[in-house]
Design a protein around this ligand. Structure first.
Ligand code: DOR
Ligand code: ZN
Ligand code: ZN
Length: 419
């Protein structure tokens, strides 16, 4: 297949060229290429498929919240061609048998390519010799049970790649104790105050320096956190920590509840600056779907926001508003995630997999939760006006999504561990 006259976006520039696809891969990028099955794109913008490093597909016993089919459809319609699944499923992915079951489930159901993470708990590092997770995920907030310092240290030392949810369990526990039984407003913000993230990130940064190992820090949310980053850590930011503040939590209640919590305008400004100046490496959705009903009561609502359907739209809107450039998007959503995963994706160049997104940068729409392919029909971004959207999505040389239609079927997605 030959795509003629594409405006191809990379992290450094936009060039006008043709893309020759052979099988699953890009055979050549250049001017005046020859081939058959020609599509003339007449100057349309093309970016690499988005790679989302942080997704909770639920499935297993919580498939009523999301399964690999519904979640991967939301992703694909949103221009995402590869995702990495988090291990806090039910049951959690903390042993080799469950890891293989997860792989099998995703392989049967996903429309797009996927990686699977492994959750770190005390005494489960022995399973690592038999499996190949994208990352070992460490929850410092006790999501998978408390992690002592030795487990944390050993995980960073032994796992090939680690990703961390950085909120310190002891700070959270102290806060719960402090506010127990008291009438407090902003309970969630106080329990998971900034000091919980600061302490955790400080600890991780110093461990990575002393062990000389790298770690990926998930969803940073504070201006202050940026001060602790060093050359051993990469980090990510989510659409909600970049675009929403705790004002939205006050207005929208449970729907805007997430961990770490939404912070202040000063924090979002600092995060946007850090994304532009490359101190933040990656944008990831932290797609964390729950039932709309569960989100009604703010106090009992489970934390998490479903973003897969709309993440790219939100960022293309920022391009139209001249806050970001298309190259910023490609760097943080395609190239850097591919580099972290060691994948031949994320860049439109010879020998990479042909994962491509043709963009319509002019199309305007409004975020309507009823249109989500995700099972989670709620969003703190509901009603936002967007400009720019993915139009056609290719995965490994095949048209996968076009004109709001899914062209590939469930099971088309491949495990990136086998690529
Ligand atoms: O808001 C969140 N939701 N943060 C997490 O760390 C977990 C996630 C979930 O699984 O719902
Ligand atoms: Zn997390
Ligand atoms: Zn998460």
């Amino acid at each position: 297949m030959l795509l003629k006259n594409c405006r191809i976006v990379s992290s450094s520039k936009i060039i006008m060229a043709d893309i020759l696809i052979e099988g699953e891969k890009i055979k050549e990028v250049g001017v005046g290429l020859r081939g058959d099955e020609i599509f003339n794109l007449r100057g349309k913008l093309v970016i690499p498929g988005v790679i989302d490093l942080h997704v909770h597909m639920r499935d297993f016993s919580q498939k009523y919240k999301e399964d690999f089919t519904s979640g991967s459809k939301a992703a694909l319609a949103g221009g995402v061609t590869t995702f990495v699944d988090m291990p806090n499923s039910s049951p959690p992915v903390i042993d080799a048998k469950t890891f293989r079951r997860r792989l099998e489930e995703a392989g049967r159901k996903s429309l797009i390519d996927f990686g699977i993470n492994f959750g770190v708990v005390t005494d489960n590092s022995r399973f690592l010799k038999d499996i190949r997770p994208s990352f070992c995920k460490i929850y410092m907030d006790g999501t998978l049970g408390e992690i002592d310092d030795e487990t944390l240290r050993n995980a960073i030392r032994r796992c090939p790649k680690t990703a961390v949810h950085a909120e310190d369990i002891n700070v959270i526990k102290e806060n719960i104790e402090k506010f127990k039984g008291k009438e407090v407003s902003d309970f969630h913000l106080k329990i998971r105050g900034p000091e919980a993230e600061e302490k955790a990130i400080k600890k991780i940064a110093s461990l990575t320096a002393s062990l000389n190992k790298s770690v990926h820090i998930c969803h940073i949310s504070l201006r202050k956190s940026l001060e602790y980053l060093n050359e051993n850590v990469t980090c990510e930011v989510t659409p909600h920590h970049l675009l929403l503040t705790n004002k939205e939590l006050k207005e929208k209640g449970g729907i805007a509840k997430t961990n770490p919590p939404l912070r202040s305008q000063s924090d979002t400004n600092a995060l946007m600056g850090a994304l532009k100046n490359r101190r933040i490496d990656i944008v990831a959705s932290d797609h964390a779907p729950h039932l709309e009903d569960e989100k009604e009561d703010e106090v009992s609502a489970p934390p998490g926001i479903p973003n897969l359907d709309i993440m790219l739209k939100l960022f293309l809107t920022l391009v139209n508003k001249k806050v970001l450039t298309l190259s910023d998007i490609v760097r943080t959503m395609c190239e850097n995630p591919a580099r972290l995963l060691g994948l031949k994706k994320g860049e439109i160049k010879k020998d990479n997999y042909a994962d491509l997104v043709i963009l319509d940068l002019e199309k305007e729409s409004k975020i309507e939760v009823e249109e989500f392919y995700s099972k989670a029909k709620y969003s703190p971004f509901e009603g936002w006006r967007t400009k720019g959207c993915p139009e056609v999505v290719f995965i490994r040389g095949e048209i996968a999504f076009e004109d709001e239609d899914f062209i590939v079927k469930r099971g088309y997605g491949k495990w990136i561990g086998g690529m």
